[in-house]
Ligand binder design. Structure first.
Ligand code: FAD
Length: 463
């Protein structure tokens, strides 16, 4: 329990201006972007690694759960404070410590937002490739802990592909540095990867060395409309099979197309079953060749029409539809659950169809957006949380979506994490020996199980 004596000790570490204990303040740190909530005892805002280590030492000595927190934009409940915990908000550790444009490396503190990093490196003609849609608010620490993906993921991969090294405060209070921070060559056993996607359960990231990529001189953005999800899905497969690697390849289904069109009045055909948004970057001659291949794939997969942005304004207009999806669909019902399943790319169209059939079967609204190039689908189920029957139906539909994903050889999270939401599905997705190994890794890093307990790893039953 965090009593007054411990609050005083924490106050001495971070200073009076960096601690919250009032009921109202704690309430604002009791939730993230998922439907769950928790009850922290105190929120602290350290400004140095030493402060973080001292806070962790107090938690460790007194067996108090702690939770590192960035912006709280987690969609799976990973940033829900365990009851009675110390929340360590990293948002005041938000500095860029060094930019090395020659080596294409930036060293940052974990509380800086993804967008702030992008803006800081842009002037050197560089970008930090992972670009989650939450980039304006989500922090680099949260992106690492969730192994965040983004719109550019098809070509550039996810967060873990761009982290050279980390400084981490372990749950024991020890401070370690991982990776090979001065070059892009990986060391033999790179502990960095343990922390990417570990959802704050193995330690607290206090510094990160990020690898940067050059901004390509030419970008082309295109959209195509299809009369069926199957045609859109096989178009994606054909584009990839031809060796074209777009930066972005996103699918929106009919529910989403109509909602976005109602919202923005873009004149999309109401009966269009799928819209594909693609972006290609590279050197001009290479981009031209890729665009031609894509146009051929549109034709052979019966695209009803397509558009290529002729200038930056037209490009932004094409993107507007994709960026407005959450706002447009949010008008349909007061609550939603967004899933984050991944299927092999050749099952993408089939899975989109199956989810569309489930929407009909359960009589609910499911909007589907997919990072098609990665096979990562975001079926979003809309409901009224005040009506228990609707909640029950949506939960049943969620279970069916997950089971179908696994039956198709897929997995339960591409980028949003397991958190609390998908704990119950872990035994479906992973074998018992795999879960046991994950538990042993957790025990090795965090023998007292104080670091964000109750997330990611389910209770394993003996049998
Ligand atoms: C509108 C919207 C759009 C989104 N789009 C995307 C998207 O395109 N791609 C995507 O991948 N996700 C997306 N997300 C989900 C979310 O933004 C990401 O998971 C993001 O990485 C979370 O960052 P955060 O700073 O908000 O972390 P938080 O939500 O505060 O925390 C998330 C997890 O990280 C841990 N954590 C935070 N900081 C640290 C640290 N310094 N050290 C160790 N652990 C830490 C926490 O304990 C928690 O488990 C979206 C969310 C919203 C609301």
């Amino acid at each position: 329990m965090v009593d007054n004596r411990l609050i005083d000790e924490l106050r001495q570490i971070v200073g009076n201006e960096n601690i919250l204990t009032s009921k109202i303040s704690l309430e604002t740190y009791s939730f993230d972007a998922s439907p769950y909530s928790g009850r922290p005892s105190v929120v602290v805002f350290p400004t140095t690694t030493e402060m973080v280590a001292n806070i962790v030492n107090i938690a460790n000595k007194n067996d108090i759960p702690l939770m590192p927190r960035g912006a709280g934009s987690c969609l799976s409940g990973g940033a829900i404070a365990p009851d009675g915990s110390i929340v360590i908000s990293l948002t005041k550790m938000n500095n860029i410590l060094e930019i090395d444009p020659l080596s294409k490396i930036v060293l940052v503190e974990p509380g800086i937002t993804n967008k702030q990093v992008q803006l800081a490196v842009e002037q050197y003609g560089l970008m930090y490739a992972p670009d989650p849609a939450s980039q304006n608010i989500s922090t680099i620490g949260g992106n690492i802990a969730e192994n965040a993906g983004g719109i550019r993921g098809v070509k550039y991969g996810s967060t873990k592909d761009h982290i050279l090294g980390l400084e981490v405060v372990l749950p024991t209070g020890d401070v370690i540095t991982t990776g090979n921070i001065h070059s892009q060559v990986e060391p033999e056993l790179d502990l960095t990867y343990y922390f990417c996607g570990s959802e704050g359960t193995l330690g607290i990231v206090t510094k990160a060395w990020l690898a940067l990529s050059p901004i390509n001189p030419e970008v082309k953005t295109m959209t195509a409309i299809f009369g069926s999800l199957e045609d859109a899905g096989s178009c994606v497969a054909e584009i990839i099979a031809k060796g074209v690697v777009p930066t972005t390849m996103e699918i929106m289904d009919n529910t989403v197309i109509k909602a976005v069109d109602d919202y923005l009045k873009l004149g999309f055909p109401r009966d269009a079953e799928a819209l594909l948004l693609l972006e290609i970057d590279g050197f001009p001659s290479d981009v031209k060749t890729q665009v031609n291949s894509i146009i051929n794939a549109f034709a052979s997969n019966h695209a009803l029409s397509y558009k290529i942005a002729g200038n930056e304004q037209e490009r932004l207009d094409l993107w507007k539809a994709r960026r407005s999806v959450n706002g447009a669909l949010g008008k349909l019902k007061p609550a939603n659950i967004v899933h984050d399943i991944v299927v092999p790319r050749d099952r993408l169209a089939l899975m989109l169809e199956k989810v569309a059939q489930m929407a009909k079967k359960y009589g609910i609204i499911i909007g589907q957006v997919a990072h098609a190039g990665d096979g990562n689908l975001h079926p979003t189920l809309y409901y009224d949380h005040r009506i228990p029957e609707e909640v029950e139906i949506v939960e049943e539909a969620c279970d069916e979506i997950i089971k179908e994903t696994i039956a198709q050889g897929g997995t339960i999270s591409g980028e949003h994490g397991i958190g609390i939401e998908k704990l119950k599905y872990m035994p479906l997705a992973f074998s018992k020996p795999t879960l046991n190994l994950m538990k042993n890794i957790k025990d090795a890093f965090d023998p007292k199980n104080i670091c964000n307990p109750g997330k990611l790893l389910p209770q394993i039953t003996e049998d």
